[in-house]
Design a protein around this ligand. Sequence first.
Ligand SMILES: Nc1ncnc2c1ncn2[C@@H]1O[C@H](COP(=O)(O)OP(=O)(O)O)[C@@H](O)[C@H]1O
Ligand SMILES: [Mg+2]
Length: 314
Amino acid sequence: MIRVQNLTKYYGERLAVDDISFNVAKGEIVGLLGPNGAGKTTTMRILTGFLMPTSGDAWVADCNMATNSLEGRRHIGYLPEAIPLYTDVTVRSYLDFAGRLRGLDKYRIEDRIDDVVELCHLEEYIDVLIGKLSRGFRQRVGVAQAIIHEPEVMILDEPTLGIDPIQVAQTRQLIKDLGEEHTILISSHILPEVSMVCDRVVIIHEGQIVAEDRIENLSTVLKGSQNIQLEVQGPTSAVTRKLQRVRGVSRVRYEKPYHIVECPADQDLRSNLMAAIVQGGWTILSMGAVDMSLEDIFLQLTSEEFADDEELEE
Ligand SMILES: Nc1ncnc2c1ncn2[C@@H]1O[C@H](COP(=O)(O)OP(=O)(O)O)[C@@H](O)[C@H]1O
Ligand SMILES: [Mg+2]
């Protein structure tokens, strides 16, 4: 349904997307995950025909988006990063406008407004001015306008960015519901988000794909491991080896003055680590949990060690 082939985009001298290729099959929900500046929005704007690639191709529903974007857009519901919503119209008249823009006739629009309002749970707000809605509800209006013309493919650019936690949960549920009838590409810079809603994830960093797999195969990384940070008085490499041998530990690295021990998220290994240090005859000066940042994860994914692990599993 979506095919990206050797896609490259320069903004002037700046390389934003660097020779990426991936596919999204019909019915899949795929997450495009990466930190700010990774190239997610650029990729999505090319996929929706709003931006020309420097080289390579982007296809949606068999339309090349560089040469046939008008036809292609008929198949796409696009929720841009910042939705340009009018604030002084009601939800109904905005959706009516969106429908006419897509060339639907009057009766079709009425039917479709009923459908999308129900799907996006906007029934109570249909005659409310968009300007009076919270960000989370505006986001739902954004989704509703994106699907008014019944596209098969949805491209959602960070749909939960900047909305409050309760509405984030509702938006995720909405995306899952949409996934039953649509092929979806959704971007995010938040790990748990993609693991909650997506079947598969493409991880992009500095314009390049660094990993691509089904969620369950990336489980140790995506479902979250946790890092425990230890400050130990003792010989660095002997301490590293000792910690490495504690059952459950995935890996240990040293970042002066800390040993960072990576463990599965569902196991609390702190007392075992403590015991190992004591057994070695050393002293613990401090110990604490640190969250794995996206950067840690990208570091892992781009390190050779991880690449080797992946090969072994295949
Ligand atoms: N219109 C633009 N002109 C110049 N550089 C841009 C433009 N849009 C994005 N970039 C740069 O391209 C890179 C990728 O940006 P973007 O696709 O927005 O990433 P993401 O959506 O993953 O945060 C960034 O380094 C960004 O600064
Ligand atoms: Mg972006």
